[in-house]
Design a protein around this ligand. Sequence first.
Ligand code: GCV
Length: 671
Amino acid sequence: MGISEVREYDCWLQGRGQNQFSDALKNCLSRIVVKEDCLVVKQAALELQRGLKRMFGVDAAITDTIQKPCTVVGTATAVSELTGKTVSCDRAEGFCIEIGDELSVVAGADCNGTLYGAFRLLMELAKGAGTGFSLEDAPRSGIRMINHWDNLDGTIERGYAGPSLFYKDDKIDYDPQRIEDYARLLASIGINCLSINNVNVRKTAKLLITEQFLPDVAKLADIFRPFGIRLMLSINFGAPYSFGDLDTADPLDPRVGEWWAKRADLVYKYIPDLAGFLVKADSEGEAGPFQYGRDHADGANMLAKALKPHNGTVIWRCFVYNCTQDWRDQTQDRACAAYDHFMPLDGRFDDNVILQIKHGPYDFQVREPVTPLFGALKKTRHLIEFQITQEYTGHQIDVCFLPYMWQDVYHFDTKHGENSTIGGMMGNRISGAVAVGSVGRDENWTGNTLSQANWFGFGRLAWNPDLTAEEIADEWVKLTFGLDPEVDAAVNKILMMSYPTYENYNAPFGVCFMVTRSLHYGPDIEGYEYSRWGTYHRANWEAVGVDRTPSGTNYTGQYAPENAAMFADLATCPENLMLFFHRVPYSYVMKNGKNLLQNIYDTHFKGVEQVEEIIRTWEGIQDKIGSAVYASVRERMGRQLTNAIEWRDVVNTYFHRHTGIPDEQGRKIYD
Ligand code: GCV
């Protein structure tokens, strides 16, 4: 098999015929031995067979009798029995793989581990591994989840890659092959849970938990099950009321608890291994316990009791804030909301409730500090929520490699107790990672082929939070574009420079929300300034930013003392978050010796130059990239340049008009 063009549909599972196996290794891989009943283990063998064919052109047979040379696939106990060789791997969902000419082994600590091992073997082969290679690995934490914000009419809230994979015209309507391919890609990066409908549960979506939809949800669950992926449903907290069954949804009314218990019985009759319910309550118009004078522990625990007999979990989002704020009231600070609402409830949640907390206190802005609840919550299970879909980071038009920023989140040291970085708390104090997905029916799944790297990167970091953005980029590039050093260098360079580039032409130094209202693409400096959403920068002629120190809203006081002091002092606050925490005069001299205003001008000019460099770099490898992929990415880069220019000129003009101070280099800023 020769080296083929980039097959964007296969994402990072291409192989592209690059690994020229020795005859001995080829023989070994061509006989796959599996002897176990587990659905997921059987799928592992099938995936190995399929991957060897599709990625490397190798035909393999599956058998249950051991005869060397062969590749044995199964849980560690089964593999040890079959081979007579002790294979040990005991970390949940982990695996060990060994490549040999006579005997190769993929052994999992459990069924999921075996499947992850099979995918890992394929990916390592694609990166060039051969005889003698071995690897043992396991995910750091048990929950690695994607949330879909898909609506039943087929639209996706904040979706930038075509319509929903699951729904059309108020029905569950999908291409089963496409769903299977989706499950394959998810499992290959270790995702084990998927919520399939928008957290804003409106209109027909409320009915997913009724017999009108449950048979179809069950069929979807059947497709994901062999891939070790359990489904979750987002529910509407007001359902007992909005279904017309009760006159209330008050969580402390026993009739409401009974209603949910019966509903859970029905749902689990169809999908016995459903992971549970995901809930957005009292947030942006969604129903919730506040309507009845109850708190979020009351609401979550009531649902938890309904799910408990079925081993189900309630994932309860902490994205709760006042979205009808008065901009004149400077005492209220939206950034404080999650901590204010949930910290006092620590210890009150049932053991099958898990809180889901956005990584930053606002809403997936380009640069935010880490939410202070992490490390502070001591007695409540919780997850960290990221956003793969590029709502505020360029709509999958602009290249923006998110692991570059996520690694900062994982490295942040909360200073609460031992091993207190976010990464260090994964798998112990933090139960796992979840992200809003980015895929749709576009042929390449993510609209921009380069955005596949964010999806891949989320999965890899959820598995191993110690990975660096460089490592993830390099791995993704090799798996997607192959092993040509020139292509690798160019695409790695584009990915690694893309985040700082985006940050440069976007809102400066952590100020946030200078983006167009609702759409969230392109600049609108005062779009949210006098609105009800609580996201203000308060720029005037002499200063910009919000004072969140003890002399302001005291948001800094929500952090552990060392971090509180570090953020509250302008001299020690990281400059990329300076305007999030402080109100800073334009004349303030930054570490590079230039004042804030000049730095705003400089970063915005630089951002555009960097986009031009990204484009030149991509053009430089045109001949080595499949023409369709090259063209579609290039076309998006053109739009990114237009966007960057717009941001540069609108932001610089805004500050120039407010201050009257020109750029010291005399570059063009509009009057
Ligand atoms: C699903 C932001 C987005 C909304 C999203 C919300 C959430 O506000 O703009 O589209 O709603 O976050 O996370 O619930």
